[in-house]
Design a protein around this ligand. Structure first.
Ligand SMILES: *Cc1c(COP(=O)(O)O)cnc(C)c1O
Length: 383
């Protein structure tokens, strides 16, 4: 039966426990499974390979992204690590140029050593892809919306060009979640998540996943997952399943609150730019509108004064928005890319891509909107 998103979030992948009828998937806190006779077992041998709590979660994720196979990892980075290890020395990857810092780091400092080449391209203009693809390109890595500038890449246009060239497309769907965007439906081959963020949603679990449709690709990735072993534990899988049951409710509220906060900031006299893909003057708003069903609760903004101290004052003055790394939890967070996530990039280089001293990133939570707006208003009022 084809289910709608909220029903899938609650039911997909999850069956009542066959031994007791428990409606919640039990935490199978076990490493091994007793065999009936040597080599004869019930489908479970060892928990790096298979665990029933993880299997339920993997089924849920596959259904949410309209894929067929889900694979979970002990972090988002472990998911990326496993995917890139499927490539061979000499292979090339074309990647977006505004991407999560940890992804850039693993590409440059880990995988270049093993002879894989990464080409970072501005894919907000898809025609830039043509010059970047070579005979050796095996994968295109897309993140959309991007962090922290909320740039939007046209997934369908990238996938069409990739298909012609016989190249796989992977999309980091962490910011949008399948509630707002399903890249496999737009032609992508692989979806990746840092589940640490919206999917788990409660700032209490670090986890990642890959989701695919193709059986052969799933088989290759399963072999790599089992060989390398960065799997999550059953307790964390249980928490992730519990978080996913309210994904649709949370994302709806993140989106509603996000829109109101973005509109409040846009007309505030102390605020200069607001980066949020829901605005009609956003560079790729029309693409966002066509591939997303909503624009979410992530945004960033700059201050008119241009002064670093002013950004620090705002970040230190909020009472509800807590200044911290990460995003996507129920509570609102703020961050300062120039001194936090992007501090290692030289100032000129940072500013060239738009990460100025007053850029503030917000992960708008699901609190009452009146309180969030009042909190930001009083912090900005101190300038
Ligand atoms: C956090 C994040 C990652 C890395 O995931 P971890 O769970 O922290 O390992 C990758 N991509 C994006 C967009 C992220 O926000």
């Amino acid at each position: 039966m084809a289910m709608k998103f909220g029903t899938k979030a609650i039911h997909a992948g999850v069956e009542p426990d066959p031994t007791t009828g428990a409606i919640m998937t039990p935490i199978y806190q076990t490493t091994t499974y007793v065999q009936d006779r040597p080599g004869v077992h019930k489908g479970y041998e060892y928990s790096r390979t298979h665990n029933p709590t993880r299997d339920a979660l993997q089924g849920s994720l596959a259904a949410l992204e309209n894929g067929k196979y889900g694979l979970c990892f002990s972090s988002g980075m472990a998911a990326i690590d496993t995917l890139i290890k499927v490539l061979q020395p000499g292979d090339e990857v074309v990647s977006v140029n505004d991407l999560y810092g940890g992804t850039y780091r693993i590409f440059k400092t880990v995988f270049e050593k093993y002879g894989i080449k990464f080409n970072f391209v501005d894919l907000t203009d898809v025609s830039n892809l043509d010059a970047a693809l070579t005979e050796k390109t095996k994968l295109i890595w897309v993140e959309t919306p991007t962090n922290p500038l909320l740039q939007i890449i046209d997934i369908k246009a990238v996938a069409e060009r990739a298909k012609k060239a016989g190249v796989l497309v992977a999309v980091d769907n962490t910011f949008a979640t399948p509630y707002f965007q399903t890249p496999l439906d737009l032609g992508a081959d692989i979806v990746m998540h840092s589940m640490t963020k919206y999917l788990c949603g409660h700032s209490d679990v670090v986890m990642g996943c890959l989701i695919v449709k193709d059986e052969k690709l799933a088989e290759t990735l399963y072999t790599m997952q089992n060989s390398c072993g960065a799997v999550p534990g059953p307790q964390d899988c249980f928490l992730a399943l519990r978080g996913i049951k309210t994904l649709h409710l949370r994302m709806q509220r993140h989106g509603e609150n996000g829109e109101q906060v973005a509109r409040f900031l846009k007309v505030h006299p102390r605020v200069d730019k607001v980066y949020w893909p829901g605005f009609t003057d956003h560079k790729n708003h029309r693409v966002a509108e066509s591939q997303m069903t909503g624009f979410g609760g992530m945004m960033s903004f700059t201050l008119k004064s241009g002064k670093l101290e002013d950004a620090i004052t705002v970040l230190e003055s909020t009472k509800i928005f807590a200044c911290a790394e990460s995003l996507g939890g129920v509570e609102s967070l703020s961050g300062h890319p120039a001194t936090m996530t992007h501090a290692s990039i030289p100032k000129e280089q940072r500013e060239e891509i738009g990460i100025t001293d007053t850029l503030i990133r917000l992960s708008v939570g699901v609190e009452d909107i009146e309180d969030l707006v009042a909190d930001l208003g009083s912090a900005l009022g101190r300038l």
